[in-house]
Ligand binder design. Structure first.
Ligand SMILES: [Zn+2]
Length: 307
């Protein structure tokens, strides 16, 4: 069985897999680089769960989750997952079929800065999505999980998009001042001209390190403007990398990206909160051409998906 939330033994709190990944990668936190222990949410059960994908440098297309390691105790509330309409869910048979069961209602582009006094503050965030649902033993009777939730984890939003849950994708979603059905926030990067303020994505085919400036990532598709085609780049400024609390994890991911290119693997990139702007490039010979560049205001606005 698979779960979108687990009880963390060290923190004595329930965590989503995205929160767990953040604790692991947050260099300023008390649990940086520490693999935590996860247990069933039912306090009368507390059987061991295995984190899936959470501690891997390469984020794959599979949604982050937890899965059963030891048998759950008899009477565990999570043994029989029940949908909101009362029908028991079919147990998942394959490792790859985990789906995020609760889509967030909003992506928070500018979450408040977390306190630097350790991981505890992360858990008190507004992020409550990703739960597999079901009751929680000992909780006030019949209390339902929140139906709306903000998240600051682009990986969660991407996992929802990749989930194939077309029904949930019809639900409303908000980024900044824009609210529309979840699905319609996703735009192939070569069509960015259709609308600003969305999540743009595509396969990437080149990585550049600009000393003192940052990292550039190029998409394999070009944008057509007035009958000519132009390259699209998403740039991550060095200052944004340096000021991030998860700089090491980000750079480790970029190293994996380089390896992936060397092995001709297809990596998908998603970005949000930035829009490609035309930039004229002048060659040494004096020729000029246009490219389109989007500059990220946070490394948290980029999500890479490895094969
Ligand atoms: Zn259990």
């Amino acid at each position: 069985m698979k779960f979108g939330r687990a009880y963390c033994e060290q923190l004595e709190k329930n965590l989503s897999p995205y929160q767990a990944r953040e604790l692991y990668t947050d260099e300023d936190g008390d649990h940086y680089d520490e693999v935590l222990t996860f247990l069933c949410e039912d306090k009368n059960c507390r059987s061991a769960l295995t984190p899936v994908g959470i501690y891997m440098t390469r984020k794959s297309k599979r949604a982050l989750h937890f899965r059963t390691k030891d048998e759950h105790k008899n009477g565990c509330n999570f043994l029989e997952l029940v949908d909101t309409d009362g029908k028991p869910r079919k147990p998942s048979l394959n490792e790859d079929d985990y789906k995020v069961s609760a889509f967030p209602s909003e992506f928070n582009l500018t979450p408040p800065k977390r306190k630097s006094n350790g991981g505890g503050s992360i858990v008190d965030s507004d992020d409550d999505a990703g739960s597999t649902g079901g009751g929680t033993a000992g909780s006030s009777g019949g209390a339902r999980r929140k139906t709306s939730s903000k998240t600051r984890y682009l990986d969660l939003v991407v996992d929802c998009f990749l989930s194939g849950d077309d029904e949930s994708k019809k639900g409303l979603f908000t980024i900044g001042a824009k609210t529309k059905p979840f699905q319609r926030f996703f735009k192939k990067v070569e069509y960015f001209g259709d609308e600003a303020g969305l999540i743009y994505y595509g396969i990437i085919d080149r990585l550049e390190f600009y000393p003192g400036i940052g990292i550039g990532i190029r998409f394999n598709k070009r944008v057509e403007v007035a009958d000519s085609y132009h390259r699209i780049w998403v740039n991550v400024p060095l200052a944004k990398i340096d000021q991030s609390r998860r700089k090491k994890a980000f750079m480790a991911e970029i190293t994996e990206l380089k390896k992936a290119f060397d092995q001709k693997e297809e990596v998908l990139a998603f970005f949000v909160g930035a829009y490609p702007i035309k930039t004229a490039i002048t060659l040494k010979e004096g020729d000029t051409f246009d490219i389109y560049q989007a500059e990220l205001s946070s490394i948290d606005h980029l999500s890479l998906t490895f094969p």
